[in-house]
Design a binder for this molecule. Structure first.
Ligand code: SF4
Length: 360
């Protein structure tokens, strides 16, 4: 099995607005029909051609006859945490599954955490998804469909205000599909999100960070997790390829829009990277960068053993960085009771394929 999925030509969720316009022209329809279809799929969440009731019946018939379909994924189990977090199982049409999580962020607002791959090749030692290996990339449509499904399970009156690509997978390993998914997500006739409300997180794929900076003005988050190469090599194998010097150089060059900050995600592992000395080292490493630091006390999962950091260590770590004038938050753990917290996503798919270095 290849990690590159086959992209169906006749699934409208995978098509660009331009491609739908060309199709309408071929079918002798006015161009505005393409906008109608696009809005049905991405704004109104239609899952079939039949739902598009303001399209002429003959057009719907023609599209169905030619094999056009809508939507690629099906909603599986929805688990709800006592804190309001909702984890959705998303079934893909080849039998694989991913998860996406809706995290409550104040009254009637949720942030949705999106998956970009089935599993992940990067093998970060503190992450459950990393223990799964990589089965395959998601297509652009499979990524966008997670938001459409997310909207369907929101409580009455609530909305998804922010999207973060921080679920299963390394988004920049699946660069093209992730960037393609941003078009319907940010298009006014699509889901209509401003780029400011979308964040892509990466473990530090340096060439792709450079490419992203030249492509779309979304927010960038770095899964950093260590103040030096020695610790980072141990917990994030990708660091052996792109060490902190290379990563910091790429971040200094990143074309950050004015007044925006990058987010540095730092999972605190008890006894590994959570000492006062590590906090000082981190402050030195990030000097001169426009960043906000998000500390994430490690979440237990049924994988290799780390300890959750002591609360006083988390506070001391935060205080040191605050005194150095960084913006520092400690992520409140949500969804722990349903395994939806950071680093806990994933079921074990099979079979896994071996990913060679050249694939990344
Ligand atoms: S932390 Fe992210 S990049 Fe690392 S293994 Fe987990 S999903 Fe992959």
């Amino acid at each position: 099995m290849s990690i590159r999925p086959t992209i169906p030509e006749r699934n409208i969720t995978e098509m660009s607005l331009d491609a739908i316009q060309t199709l309408m022209e071929e079918l002798g329809q006015p161009r505005y029909r393409a906008g109608q279809i696009y809005r049905w799929v991405f704004q109104r969440g239609a899952r079939s051609l039949d739902e598009m009731t303001d399209l002429p019946k003959t057009l719907r018939g023609q599209l169905a006859e030619q094999g056009y379909t809508v939507g690629r994924v099906n909603l599986g189990k929805v688990a709800e945490s006592v804190d309001g977090t909702r984890k959705l199982a998303v079934h893909l049409d080849d039998g694989a599954a991913v998860e996406t999580v809706l995290i409550p962020m104040g009254e009637n607002q949720f942030t949705q955490c999106l998956s970009s791959q089935v599993g992940c090749a990067l093998d970060c030692q503190f992450c459950f998804t990393g223990t799964m290996g990589l089965s395959r990339h998601l297509t652009s449509g499979e990524i966008v469909d997670q938001v459409i499904l997310g909207r369907q399970v929101l409580p009455e009156g609530a909305r998804i205000s922010h999207l973060v690509y921080m679920g299963m997978g390394e988004p920049l390993h699946n660069f093209d599909a992730v960037v393609s998914s941003l078009t319907p997500i940010c298009h006014k006739d699509g889901l209509g999100y401003s780029h400011r409300r979308v964040t892509i997180s990466t473990s530090g794929l340096v060439p792709q960070i450079e490419r992203l900076g030249q492509t779309v003005p979304v927010n960038l988050a770095i899964s950093l997790n260590a103040p030096n190469d020695e610790i980072r090599n141990e917990i994030m194998p990708i660091n052996k390829r792109y060490n902190l010097k290379k990563l910091m150089e790429a971040l200094r060059e990143y074309p950050l829009p004015p007044r925006r900050k990058m987010t540095m995600e730092y999972v605190l592992l008890g006894g590994v990277n959570d000492s006062a000395e590590h906090a000082h080292e981190l402050a030195r490493l990030l000097k001169g960068l426009s960043v906000r630091i998000n500390l994430i006390p490690w979440n237990p999962f049924s994988g290799p053993g780390y300890d959750r950091p002591a609360e006083e260590n988390v506070r001391a770590f935060q205080d040191i960085l605050l005194r150095k004038r960084y913006t520092v938050t400690v992520r409140v753990t949500k969804g722990l009771d349903i395994d939806a917290a950071c680093g806990q996503l994933g079921e074990r798919p099979d079979p896994l394929v071996q990913v060679t270095e050249g694939d990344i």
